[in-house]
Write a protein that binds this ligand. Structure first.
Ligand code: CFM
Length: 552
């Protein structure tokens, strides 16, 4: 028998086209499963109008498939409310839910004054036991809320429901109302964000957004000083990203009223309706708040991206165009001009060593898109990407929204009915402003989605499974794969460097100009490290194993 070398195999792999890869990924599934997955594995094709193929998403993961997804509780308690420092977030449930959602996301915070409340280092839970499961947990929940109030005197307490709470029927909202009334000086609110409530953490984002909008936004009408007042929506200060973005705003003379919710405080949310523009960073997790604030208070929103140096410059310029003020434009240009030389120097260094290399990104609901920018800047191509829990609009753009079918799982999540506030609705833009922005190419309330930015022929995969991840790596041998902690070691064991884009592998920031430099340097080190060449994956030691399914 002729020996097949690794090199032969690699050459063979390069000849495989996306259609064949897709067939290969589906070939091991039972027919019904394959049919469903086929709609979630799409070969990208962008037409001149930026129209892209349809991709099935935000649907249930098929039982038995190992998914990257998290639960609804995680999306509500961990993602949206997790980064706010001065709300006591009590997990009503068994202790594990509270423990594993405690600080694992690496969102950082910096209280303005060291004496200000910061509850993020604490983990609050009712530690539900058999007795509560059988006889009900409301009594224990009230005790926990009381104890938190007595010990910390917080401005607000949030109660987060885990799966058993929904199963036994505890009414967290009734408890919240009762305790809020009892205290008088502490806002208490509950979230029905049981883990099973939706198909992923995405449902939890929606529930969190509804709760914050109903219970907090608009409580404080104080008008703060500042000419250019904005909110930043969908930025969660992972690895200190928000600090870098805040630095840029400050240097440009832009006043940040509230961030939802990186480095945030309860007070900022309460006052956020006084801003004049909402910037959406992560469209998936928070577009609901932007829409509700526009309807109720008249605040327009634009999509921004502070991941990537060019994207950062573009986003700052977008803000300047929106406010149309020569002083702001000048400052923004000055900041960009000052930051760029260092960025360009570092980028060129990394590019010389990374150009032509390939990446795969399978992350959450926005980063698989945003981080393609950073890779592009150092000459790397994203050959496959996908989200864990995004919806079709995050892939295909908001143009698909009117035609989206609402299934039973989505209907399960409350849609708030929001109307213009009789006293506080204030349109921020005149007809002329809107025309001016259109002419400048600034689109309001628009997101184009990930696929329009990807190359034709790239694979776009929704809710990728572990099996598919492994096969893709074997077939394409990418130079780097990005994902989360659950995928990390499987990828590294196949001899491919892996970068976590959720926690940043304890590094960061990657946002803004300084963040871009960090990213270029780290990716350069990773994809050019020789250590991976010393690792032998099973199919490299026994090539006939790999050959079997390549040629089958
Ligand atoms: Fe938005 Fe996020 Fe993301 Fe997300 Fe997340 Fe996250 Fe993420 Mo992990 S809010 S969708 S639910 S950008 S925690 S900060 S990294 S999966 S891509």
């Amino acid at each position: 028998m002729a020996t097949v070398t690794t090199e032969d195999l690699n050459n063979l792999v390069l000849d495989i086209n996306a259609e064949e890869v897709k067939k290969e990924l589906l070939s091991k599934y039972p027919t019904k499963v394959a049919r469903k997955r086929a709609k979630q594995i799409v070969i990208n094709e962008v037409d001149p109008d930026s129209c892209v193929p349809e991709i099935s998403s935000n649907i249930r993961t098929i039982p038995g498939i190992i998914s990257q997804r998290g639960c609804t509780y995680a999306g509500c308690k961990g993602v949206v409310l997790g980064p706010t420092r001065d709300i006591v977030n009590i997990t009503h449930g068994p202790i594990g839910c509270g423990f594993y959602s405690w600080l694992t996301r690496r969102n950082q915070t910096k209280p303005k004054d060291p004496k200000d409340h910061n509850f993020m280092p604490y983990c609050f839970s009712t530690d539900m036991q058999d007795e509560q499961i059988i006889f009900g947990g409301e009594k224990k929940l009230k005790q926990a809320v009381q104890e938190a109030y007595d010990l910390f005197k917080p401005k607000a307490i949030g109660i987060f429901s885990t799966c058993p709470v929904g199963l036994i029927g505890d009414d967290v909202h009734a408890v919240a109302r009762e305790m809020k009334e009892k205290f008088g000086d502490c806002n208490v609110f509950g979230f029905s964000c049981e883990g099973y409530k939706g198909v992923s953490q995405s449902a939890g984002h929606h529930i969190a957004n509804n709760g914050i909008f109903s219970h907090v936004v608009g409580l404080d009408d104080t008008v703060r000083e500042g000419k250019f007042k904005i909110n930043m929506l969908g930025e969660y200060n992972i690895g200190g990203d928000a600090f870098e973005i805040e630095r840029l705003f400050e240097e440009c003379g832009i006043t940040l009223i509230a961030t939802f919710s990186g480095n945030s405080s309860y007070d900022y949310f309460a006052n956020s309706h006084t801003a004049d523009l909402n910037l959406i960073m992560c469209h998936r997790s928070i577009n609901y708040v932007a829409e509700m604030m526009e309807t109720k208070f008249g605040i327009p929103w634009i999509k921004v991206n502070f991941i990537g140096a060019e994207a950062t410059a573009k986003s700052l310029r977008k803000i300047a165009s929106y406010f149309d003020d020569p002083e702001l434009t000048e400052k923004v240009e000055a900041v960009i001009a000052r930051e760029m030389p260092e960025v360009t120097a570092e980028r060129e260094k990394a590019k010389a060593r990374c150009k032509g290399k390939t990446a795969m990104l399978f992350v959450g609901g926005s980063r698989a898109h945003h981080y393609q920018e950073l890779f592009r800047e150092i000459g790397m191509e994203t050959i496959a990407a996908g989200y864990e829990f995004a919806h079709r609009d995050d892939y295909e753009g908001r143009r698909v929204l009117p035609g989206l079918k609402v299934d039973a799982d989505s209907r399960n999540i409350e849609e708030l009915h929001v109307e213009a506030d009789a006293n506080r609705f204030r349109p921020r833009l005149s007809e002329e402003d809107i025309t001016r922005l259109e002419e400048a190419g600034i689109k309001l309330s628009e997101y184009e989605g990930m696929m329009a930015d990807m190359e034709n022929g790239a694979l776009v995969i929704d809710d990728i499974s572990q099996f598919e991840t492994e096969r893709l790596i074997e077939l394409y041998r990418p130079d780097i794969v990005c994902g989360g902690i659950k995928e990390k070691y499987i990828i590294q064991k196949s001899g491919v460097p892996m970068k976590q884009l959720h926690s940043y592998d304890y590094s960061g920031p990657y946002a803004g100009f300084k963040g871009a430099i960090n990213f270029y340097q780290e990716i350069d080190r990773m994809v050019n490290s020789k250590v991976w060449k010393f690792l032998k994956a099973p199919w490299q030691e026994n090539p006939e194993l790999a050959a079997k399914y390549v040629w089958e």
